[in-house]
Design a protein around this ligand. Structure first.
Ligand SMILES: Nc1ncnc2c1ncn2[C@@H]1O[C@H](COP(=O)(O)OP(=O)(O)OP(=O)(O)O)[C@@H](O)[C@H]1O
Ligand SMILES: [Mg+2]
Length: 249
C-alpha cells in the first residue's frame, strides 16, 4: 500500500499498543514525525517512552498497531528500514575491550560503509571526540560513553534518529554541544529526530513539537510554546509538574 503522506514522512505510528504480561505500557498511540523535524517524547517515569522507541527499533514487537518509516510498512521491510535508522541511549554501552575507533569501525563495516575509516573519522569529528578515539571503551567516563554511543548512532548517516535520554549523563556544556550536534544534523542532513528527555528546558530549546505521554497515552501534542500558552502555564516544567501530579490524582 502506498503511504497517504508525502515524501516528507519519516515515521507514522497508528494505534500502537504494547503490553508486558498484565502491564499495558502503551495504550493506543498515534503520531507522525516528518523529515527534518525534531520531536520530543516526554512524560513521567514509566509513561511508555522507552517502550515506544523499542517498538520503533523492532527490539520489541507491538501487541497491536502499525509502524511505517518513509511510507514503508516496518513489519514487511525491517532490514531495509533499519539500514536507514539508528538509535542511542544513555543506558547502553559498547564493548569494553576495544578502543572507541575500533568499536565505531565495527559498526561502520556492519552498515557497509564504503570507506569505514573515513566514516569513523567523520562521526568522531562531528561529536568532537577525536581526542578519545584511541581510548579503551572501559576507560571512558559515563558522559564520554554517552557521546561515543551517539557517534555510533550516526555511523550509517541515518535519516531517522531515535534517542532515549541522550543528554541524561552529560554536564551542561556537553549537553549543549550534543543539542547543537542534533540541530546541525537536522540542518545538514534533514534528519528526523525523536528524542526523550526529562529536561524540560532542553525540550523547549530543541524540539519543534512535543508528544506528552501519560500512562501509555498521548495526552497533549504540539509546539512547546503553543502547548504551554494553551494551558496557561509559565513554561513546560510547570505544565509537566501540574499534569503529572493531577494525572496521578
Ligand atoms: N520488560 C518489561 N517487563 C514488564 N514491564 C515492563 C518492561 N519494560 C517496561 N515495563 C513497564 O512498562 C511501563 C513503561 O515503561 P517504559 O520503560 O517504557 O517507561 P519510560 O516512559 O521510558 O520511563 P522512564 O522515564 O523511567 O525511562 C512501566 O510501567 C514499566 O514498569
Ligand atoms: Mg525510559
Amino acid at each position: 500500500m502506498i503511504s497517504t503522506l508525502s515524501a516528507s514522512s519519516a515515521i507514522e505510528v497508528r494505534d500502537l499498543a504494547k503490553s508486558y504480561r498484565n502491564i499495558e505500557a502503551v495504550r493506543g498511540v498515534s503520531f507522525d514525525v516528518r523529515r527534518g523535524e525534531i520531536v520530543g517524547l516526554l512524560g513521567p517515569n514509566g509513561a511508555g517512552k522507552t517502550t515506544i522507541l523499542q517498538t520503533l527499533l523492532g527490539t520489541l514487537t507491538p501487541t497491536s498497531g502499525t509502524i511505517r518509516f518513509f511510507g514503508l510498512d516496518f513489519a514487511g521491510n525491517r532490514e531495509s528500514i533499519l539500514a536507514r535508522v539508528n538509535f542511542s541511549s544513555t543506558y547502553v554501552s559498547l564493548p569494553y575491550s576495544l578502543t572507541v575507533r575500533e568499536n565505531l569501525g565495527i559498526f561502520a563495516r556492519l552498515y557497509g560503509a564504503a570507506e569505514p575509516g573515513k566514516r569513523v573519522q567523520d562521526v568522531l569529528d562531528r561529536l568532537d571526540l577525536a581526542d578519545l578515539a584511541d581510548r579503551y571503551a572501559s576507560h571512558l567516563s559515563s558522559g564520554q560513553m554517552t557521546r561515543v554511543c551517539l557517534a555510533k548512532a550516526l555511523i550509517n548517516d541515518p535519516e531517522v534518529l531515535l534517542l532515549d535520554e541522550p543528554t541524561a549523563s552529560l554536564d551542561p556544556d556537553m549537553a549543549d554541544r550534543v543539542r547543537k550536534t542534533l540541530v546541525g544534523l537536522r540542518r545538514d542532513r534533514n534528519t528526523a529526530i525523536l528524542v526523550t528527555s526529562h529536561n524540560m528546558r532542553e525540550i523547549e530549546a530543541l524540539c519543534d513539537r512535543i508528544l506528552f505521554l501519560h500512562v501509555g497515552r498521548i495526552i497533549m501534542e504540539g509546539p512547546p510554546r503553543e502547548i504551554t500558552a494553551r494551558f496557561g502555564d509559565a513554561d513546560l516544567e510547570t505544565l509537566f509538574l501540574r499534569v503529572a501530579r493531577e494525572g496521578r490524582g
